[in-house]
Design a protein around this ligand. Structure first.
Ligand code: 8IG
Length: 276
């Protein structure tokens, strides 16, 4: 037995083997041997799972190998198995580990590797984020078209060269737009956080081609691609990025914008997942 409280913290551990153990925990605790789609719920998206179908099991994430306790109230630390009306099994991950928690990138992408090990072929990643495009107002959901990873880190270990072309599947984005043709899209910049950006950093992100600023998703998307999954990404713009909006950013405002948008984005997400 390992002496580490989380087996991923053992440098000698194989993260894919830990993910395989987590997937077998999920199969045992849910009675569902395989899931088809995985969905990570970010800030503002917490209620979106309720409309997907029947929740057959809810598991505290702490009962699954390798999962960390959630760092933030409002980030629900649970995994849910949902059966959609169309018969699809969706694994809902309400237990994101953020890079800024400082536990290393293996912990950040463990849920994605676990999802792949349960059999999921599609990874739907959602987040709350800051918007750079002036046309976006708080509460606007947007598709992620690509990302710029500003963490200077990678979930890939060793000489693992993975192509990231069309990482945020254009096929899945097109499908999402059949549900809501007004959905805009943008390039997501992952910053380390947990501080928000300075206005100068937001201008840098804009200059290098970014439209959305956040603290998650890019590293997870890379791991999903490595695992062979097709990725769909959504950001809920809960605030305009620093300097784009003239008032200071507050976490409370971010939560409120998420709550206000909840019914609309929940319906959107349920309908999109229904077509996958
Ligand atoms: I919600 O403005 C949310 N998350 N980096 N910047 C970054 N992350 C965020 C922001 C933001 N808003």
């Amino acid at each position: 037995m390992s002496s580490y409280s989380n087996p991923l913290d053992d440098p000698a551990a194989d993260p894919f083997e830990v993910a395989a153990r987590a997937a077998s925990d999920i199969a045992r605790l849910t009675g569902v041997p395989q899931h088809d789609i995985a969905l990570t719920l970010g800030s503002g998206w917490g209620k979106a799972a309720d409309l997907l179908g029947e929740t057959t099991t809810t598991i505290p994430a702490t009962e699954v190998t390798g999962f960390s306790r959630p760092a933030l109230a409002g980030h629900v630390g649970s995994l849910r198995s949902i059966l959609t009306p169309g018969g699809t099994r969706v694994l809902v991950i309400g237990a994101r580990t953020h890079y800024y928690e400082g536990h290393g990138v293996r912990r950040v992408v463990h849920s994605v590797r676990t999802a792949a090990a349960t059999g999921a072929k599609t990874m739907v990643l959602t987040n709350g984020a800051g918007g750079i495009k002036e046309t976006w107002t708080p509460g606007t959901p947007v598709l992620i078209s690509d990302h710029i990873n500003l963490t200077a880190d990678s979930p890939l270990e060793g000489a693992t060269f993975i192509d990231l072309t069309d990482l945020y599947s254009s096929r899945l984005r097109d499908l999402a737009r059949t549900i809501d043709p007004s959905l805009d899209e943008g390039v997501y910049c992952q910053f380390r956080g947990p501080h928000y950006e300075t206005p100068a950093e937001v201008q840098m992100a804009k200059t290098i081609g970014g439209h959305i600023v956040g603290m998650s998703t890019a590293l997870e998307a890379i791991a999903a691609r490595e695992a062979g999954m097709e990725v769909l990404g959504f950001s809920l713009i809960t605030n305009l990025a620093a300097g784009i909006q003239t008032t200071p950013l507050s976490h409370q405002e971010v939560l409120e914008a998420g709550q206000a948008a909840e019914p609309v984005i929940s319906d959107l997400l349920a309908r999109v997942i229904g077509t996958l």
